[in-house]
Design a protein around this ligand. Structure first.
Ligand SMILES: [Fe+2]
Length: 82
């Protein structure tokens, strides 16, 4: 599942690169739709992994959907599992 997560991230990146050079508005819209689909897959893979790895979830809960200094939040998350 980790490799699947990586592959979904790669797919998101490929669409990002292709969209950055695409001139055709309709082609770009189709790629954006496809990229959002890959992002959904990425999220599902990540959630699957976090359900299997409670420590990863603890760290990410300190970082994701927050505001403030991301590095500090990351350290705070790590401290919660130490
Ligand atoms: Fe996908």
């Amino acid at each position: 599942m980790i490799l699947s997560l990586i592959e979904e991230a790669q797919a998101i990146d490929w669409y990002e690169q292709r969209m950055s050079v695409e001139k055709d508005k309709d082609a770009k819209a189709i790629m954006k739709n496809a990229q959002q689909e890959e992002f959904k897959h990425f999220g599902m893979d990540l959630e699957f992994l976090l359900r299997k790895k409670p420590e990863w979830r603890t760290i990410l809960k300190a970082i994701l959907f927050t505001t403030g200094d991301i590095v500090k939040l990351g350290k705070k998350g790590e401290e919660k599992v130490d």
